[in-house]
Design a protein. Structure first.
Lengths: 220, 481
């Protein structure tokens, strides 16, 4: 039984790294957001599995947040923003895809080498989880630097954060995991609202409500 | 509940309730007064903690180290709230802020005080992380409050870089837990500072080392150490000036405090790497880099933001060198910098309002147009440049001499950085005070009292340090190793 538990956790954490790679080569924003939804879904499954294996019911809450908020609400909101701002056809990569993928492979190799060596005596489940989590974090960082659009950067940040949640749930019995995932959700909600305002500024030149007021004043 | 616990709770509860109250209070004048009152009561609560402290709990605690920080934070928070009251009245007059903005501003000010206080008194690495994250969020909102193109861009940059920083810090925090968990056992206990430091000797040193790298990068971003400082000048320049004062004077310290705690943790483990070389290198790089960058600034708030990077570099360097004298110098430098830099921002806020601009080129001849303001600004810049008889001179002198004794080559780099920064400060000071007077848009009506209170403390500290303070700082310096 111990074997299959470990294998499933391993499979899910590994899939998260794989989906991170899939995000790297999406050049359309809408596709990127869809892949991110998949990323969050895999995370939710992985967290739920950890909750089951560790017998820690509070982790189901974290899994629920990941599923509802990050796999559904945020992607829908981002999708709307993208369509509304008319940037759904935009190609959004500051660095070539081939180069990004190579860098990604390098980062994953790095995190495996560092992590597996450093935490050699730890519990194998936590150890592999942590190595995968560091890969997801580094790939998220890579995505943030290789995208020029704010939406792409935010998706990068969110997948980085998914890596952190994976690490936190992998650390057995860690307190505050739920609080931390809530704190992050608030942060992300702010970011998404932020992009909306920010992009509006780029398109309409200002989000200064005062300017709108003045405009209305002229009309009267 | 005994009185010390009440005081500890009050340090957190007062700003939290004040924030809730201010959010629903439409009159901004009353709001400004409540803001000052709440800041004053937090300060009182922090002062009572100096005399007696509660037993450490699983979430909150007070020891000699965070006592220094919490007193400083609540004090500068209080004086800044007085400055802020006169500053925002002017901003409202010229229409840069609306009454609704101000309601939001006051509520956020208290939220910021709450989250900084929480980060300082948290006895728990997870709780501390959440508090630092909230402090980041509130300051992002404050930086963007003017809603101009530049303000939004600064807020966005700060947001993204700050978020990456705190994300890395969280990974480090998780790793510390992983290191502690096999020794202390799963659960809350493995995140409690007092327990962690006691048992650190048995932790896996490899995990601790890796954790420290992430924590240094993560919290180091918030300290504003080069090359992770990119958010700092923008955030200082584009937000309201009271927020620049709080950012430079307090928030950078809070992040540094987090780093120091983890440094103590690593020092308690005999096999872990020594954090000192990393801190020395980052400190010196920040110092020298920021000193050179000072020469090319065109915006007065940006100029002093780089000066903050320089000083945080000095403080990090001091704690990196370690030992009783350097740690003592670092603590003194940090305290004096907080007081002096917030005083400078008080002066800069008034100057920018009088001249109607933040561009250095358009701020000239202040001694002719506003003599009182010019004297105050001049004194504050002389203090920050590290000239005697002010307190920063004493701290920098102590640090330089102790470094010369242990690492002469590093002392040379340190002295070079200080001199370069000194040149830039004097150059700009001369232009601002004695250049050909530029046009003024009004006269300063605001109070200079908080500024002179800060400068008086800095001056007294430069001449004479009271015995109990020296003893207290010595205890902390010993703790820091």
């Amino acid at each position: 039984m111990r074997g299959i538990n470990f294998d499933i956790a391993h499979l899910l954490a590994g899939s998260l790294v794989l989906v991170s790679f899939m995000q790297l080569y999406q050049d359309r924003l809408t596709a990127l957001v869809r892949v991110f939804a998949l990323h969050a879904l895999v995370l939710a499954l992985s967290v739920a599995w950890q909750a089951y294996v560790q017998g820690a019911p509070h982790l189901y809450l974290t899994a629920g947040i990941a599923l509802v908020f990050k796999a559904i609400v945020i992607p829908v909101a981002l999708h709307r923003i993208i369509v509304r701002l008319g940037i759904h056809r935009e190609i959004d990569a500051a660095v070539g895809i081939g180069l990004t993928m190579l860098a990604g492979i390098g980062l994953v190799a790095l995190s495996m080498v560092v992590m597996l060596r450093v935490v050699a005596d730890a519990d194998p489940l936590a150890r592999e989880d942590l190595a995968f989590a560091l890969s997801v974090v580094l790939l998220g960082l890579l995505m943030m630097v290789s995208r020029k659009n704010a939406v792409g950067q935010v998706v990068g940040f969110m997948s980085l954060e998914n890596g952190l949640v994976l690490a936190a749930t992998g650390a057995k019995g860690m307190p505050f995991v739920v609080e931390i995932s809530v704190a992050f959700s608030i942060l992300i909600a702010f970011i998404v609202i932020g992009i909306f305002l920010f992009r509006i500024r780029e398109r309409f030149d200002t989000v200064d409500v005062g300017a709108l007021d003045r405009f209305r004043g002229d009309r009267q | 509940m005994n009185p010390t616990e009440v005081a500890l709770i009050a340090v957190l509860a007062v700003p939290l309730f004040a924030a809730a109250l201010l959010a629903f209070l439409p009159q901004y004048r009353l709001g400004a007064r409540i803001n000052v009152a709440a800041a004053f009561f937090s300060f009182l609560a922090a002062v009572t903690l100096l005399f007696a402290r509660p037993v450490p709990g699983n979430y909150l605690f007070i020891d000699d180290l965070n006592n220094v920080f919490i007193t400083l934070t609540t004090f500068v928070g209080f004086t800044t709230s007085i400055f802020s009251a006169s500053y925002i009245a002017h901003e409202l007059e010229i229409g840069r802020l609306t009454p609704i903005n101000l309601r939001f501003y006051h509520a956020m000010y208290q939220m910021l005080m709450f989250s900084m206080n929480l980060a300082l008194v948290a006895n728990n690495i997870g709780l501390m992380w959440v508090a630092v994250e909230f402090a980041t969020l509130t300051t992002v909102l404050m930086v963007g409050i003017y809603r101009t193109h530049e303000a939004l861009e600064a807020a966005w940059k700060y947001f993204i870089l700050g978020s990456v920083g705190i994300a890395l810090a969280l990974f480090g925090t998780i790793l510390v837990y992983m290191a502690a968990q096999p020794v202390v056992g799963a659960g809350l206990e493995s995140m409690v500072w007092t327990t962690l430091v006691e048992r650190a000797a048995n932790f896996d040193s490899g995990i601790l080392n890796l954790a420290f790298i992430f924590l240094l990068l993560g919290y180091g971003t918030k300290v504003g150490l080069a090359p992770l400082h990119a958010w700092l000048p923008d955030a200082h320049a584009e937000g309201p000036t009271p927020i620049s004062a709080v950012l430079s004077g307090l928030l950078l310290n809070v992040a540094l405090y987090a780093l120091l705690r983890f440094k103590i943790l690593l020092a308690a483990n005999p096999h872990a790497l020594a954090p000192s070389p990393l801190m020395i290198v980052m400190g010196l790089v920040s110092l020298v880099f920021a000193a050179f960058m000072l020469y090319r600034r065109r915006d007065i708030k940006r100029f002093f933001a780089y000066s903050s990077i320089e000083h945080m570099g000095i403080v990090t360097f001091a704690f990196g060198i370690g030992g009783m004298i350097a740690n003592f110098a670092g603590l003194l430098q940090m305290t004096m910098h907080s007081l002096t830099k917030s005083a400078i921002f008080f002066a800069v806020g008034h100057i920018a309002q009088v001249k109607g601009t933040q561009r250095l080129a358009e701020i000239r001849g202040l001694s002719a147009s506003d003599p009182a303001l010019a004297v105050a600004f001049g004194l504050a810049v002389v203090a920050i440049a590290g000239l005697p008889p002010f307190g920063l001179f004493k701290a920098e002198f102590l640090l330089a001499t102790s470094t010369f004794a242990s690492h002469p080559w590093l002392a040379l780099i340190f002295g070079f950085g200080l001199l370069v920064a000194f040149g830039a400060l004097m150059l700009r000071l001369q232009d601002v005070l004695f250049g050909k007077p530029s046009q003024s848009k009004g006269i300063a009506t605001a109070t200079l009292v908080p500024l002179y209170v800060h400068l008086t403390i800095v001056l007294i500290a430069g001449i004479y340090l009271p015995e109990p303070l020296v003893r207290w700082f010595n205890v902390v310096a010993k703790m820091l190793g």
